[in-house]
Design a protein. Structure first.
Length: 492
């Protein structure tokens, strides 16, 4: 019987009597009544509350659908329900979504997750995955003897760079993986069995993570008798990183991330020292923050003090030359090389006399990044260009090793000049503070420089010590690849 089964309701023969024993009319009517009654129960009356009735079940579906549509609509228009952005700076995010009216919202700013507590936007402390440098190491003084390098597994990208510091070892040959000593030797001898790198040359490689190499083999075509050479290999992939709200490295002495906007007339230091810099009279907030999220510095031919300066006493607290301290200056800057001569992006002195000793990190008209030490004894220049810079954003870094008195230059995360001796310069203690952008003239009373915009300025110091060359290479590669300072877990 319906609704469990379908009921057969045969039509009676119109010629048959109503009391026909084959198709009695009374029986047909009774069956029809039973089916109609069962159908009424199944459908239900209007507004039925019987759970099994179709009317009740349709009403429940309509109610749930309306609630779901309302939830979806609220989700679509609510900034709290989404990760907003991406934005280049927190200032840009604050303009679009003021933190005070978006408590609980989350946003992507320069590759990092920010959240609003109802007052400010701040970086989250949870881990996130971001592409970056897995390892960036140097192999020193490669010779005709084959060197094997064990790699991290399953990394999809790699860059090979041959840094030649006056060495005479000729071309480098690189073999990816090998089936034993004989196989590697055969590939080194076969023109199509290896990768060849000329001095200063870089080669980018991509792999299927399932078939990426586990080892590299490298050798030079000639014996190394003078100078030095370095082979750098950089692997990149996905890193799980703590957020930058975590504790920063104690060696970070200054960090100006430039995520500010007008009317600020102070360059804020986000390191633990909070050494904020008040603008010189020659730099207005409108000029400094003309590009959101960047510190814009104007051209000065030879004029009044304009560029932000870390006071000498503050710099002396962070770095003491006589103590054997070391320092690393890392800049993320967009600067056009000058038409002629040089321009500085960071400096603390400009001559060997009159208390004007110090250093400069300069960009030449050829795009070369140059480190210059103005000591009491002489001037020492560190330049051996591997990667010249052009128009656009670049990272540049200068590392001074106070233990062996050498200077190294890095461009876009890779070594440009390694370990050039600065010992002949003698004492280069500055007496005028550290200038961020441009350089000093006229005993420090004037500034000079080309227009430039800075996204990030970081300075690290090591007291009476220095990290190894490969450690510095990894630090610079990490700073170039991933925005933000090193954490205490990365650099205790």
């Amino acid at each position: 019987m319906f609704p469990t089964d379908l009921v057969d309701l045969p039509n009676p023969d119109p010629r048959a009597p109503t009391n026909s024993p084959v198709t009695p009319l009374a029986g047909g009517i009774a069956n029809l009544n039973a089916v109609v009654e069962a159908l009424q129960a199944k459908v239900g009356v209007n507004g039925s509350t019987v759970p099994a009735s179709i009317d009740k079940r349709l009403a429940d579906v309509e109610s749930e659908s309306a609630a779901s549509a309302a939830d979806i609509g609220a989700h679509q228009i609510s900034p709290i329900a989404h990760v907003l952005g991406p934005y280049d700076t927190s200032a840009e995010l604050q303009t679009a979504y003021p933190a005070a009216s978006h408590a609980g919202a989350r946003a992507m700013v320069n590759g990092q997750i920010y959240s609003s507590n109802g007052e400010t936007w701040a970086r989250e402390t949870t881990e996130h995955v971001q592409q970056g440098v897995i390892v960036s190491n140097f192999i020193s003084n490669v010779s005709t003897t084959t060197r094997q390098i064990t790699l991290n597994s399953s990394q999809p990208r790699m860059v090979l760079t041959y840094v030649n510091n006056g060495g005479d070892a000729g071309i480098l040959k690189v073999v990816l993986d090998g089936l034993g000593t004989a196989d590697v030797a055969a590939k080194m001898a076969r023109p199509d069995g290896h990768i060849r790198l000329n001095p200063g040359e870089s080669r980018s490689l991509s792999f299927n993570p399932l078939t990426s190499p586990s080892s590299l083999y490298v050798q030079s075509t000639s014996a190394l008798t003078t100078g030095s050479n370095e082979f750098q290999y950089t692997e990149t992939g996905n890193l799980t990183l703590p957020a930058l709200a975590a504790e920063k490295s104690p060696k970070l002495k200054f960090w100006f991330d430039c995520a500010q906007a007008s009317p600020d007339t102070t360059l804020k230091d986000s390191s633990a020292g909070a050494h904020h810099i008040t603008f010189e009279a020659g730099l207005s907030a409108a000029v400094a923050w003309a590009v959101p999220g960047w510190l814009s510095l104007p051209a000065v031919a030879s004029g009044p003090k304009t560029y932000p300066t870390i006071p000498q006493a503050t710099w002396d607290d962070a770095f003491a030359l006589a103590n054997g301290d070391s320092f690393l200056v890392f800049l993320r800057v967009d600067i056009t090389p000058p038409a002629s001569g040089n321009t500085s992006v960071c400096s603390s002195g400009y001559s060997n006399t009159g208390g004007n000793t110090g250093f400069k990190l300069r960009i030449s008209n050829l795009g070369q990044v140059v480190g210059v030490i103005f000591g009491a004894s002489s001037t020492v220049t560190s330049v051996n260009p591997v990667a010249d810079i052009s128009v656009g954003e670049h990272s540049v870094a200068l590392f001074y090793n106070g233990q062996d008195q050498t200077v190294s230059i890095y461009v876009d995360g890779a070594a440009d000049s390694l370990g050039n001796s600065a010992s002949a310069a003698g004492d280069f203690t500055s007496t005028r503070g550290l200038l961020l952008g441009g350089e000093y003239l006229s005993s420090g009373t004037l500034h000079r420089g080309e227009p430039a915009v800075y996204r990030d300025i970081q300075i690290y110091c090591w007291a009476a010590s220095a990290p190894a060359a490969d450690a510095v290479a990894q630090i610079v590669a990490r700073l170039h690849a991933i925005s933000g300072p090193l954490l205490v877990s990365e650099l205790p």
